[in-house]
Design a protein around this ligand. Sequence first.
Ligand SMILES: [Zn+2]
Length: 143
Amino acid sequence: MTKPIIIRELPANKVKQLLADKKFARFKPEACNQCGEKRGFMRRIFKITGVTKAKQGDDETQRLLQFHFKQRYAIDFIFFRTHGQQFFVDSAVCDSCQSTAVTYDIEIDDEVLAKIAEYTGRSKAQVKSGLEMVYQRLQDYTR
Ligand SMILES: [Zn+2]
């Protein structure tokens, strides 16, 4: 018998608490796919229980959850997050057009730079200038 999957939306105070944690808040809404708005997103975060750690990254599990969120909550884009020992689904609603197709991005702060430097064996300065070059090229590319 497998345990049932339980999905609970976090109340506003819990969302606020989670977003006060830099490690969680770093990955955040970046732009609305519908209207292009870059600020003013309402976060909806759900706690998922009953999915084992090994299954959390599973394509099938994620597809199932995606389908469920689309059907049950009419949320188009969801992001799977693990934080501490917990498993969450993170989503955002655009204030301007109410779309839930909101893309996320990771904020590259000093701590993230240090991690990338550690993983790639480069200095933080090298990583930073490399990223800046990529951003510059992407801007030229999308212009
Ligand atoms: Zn929008």
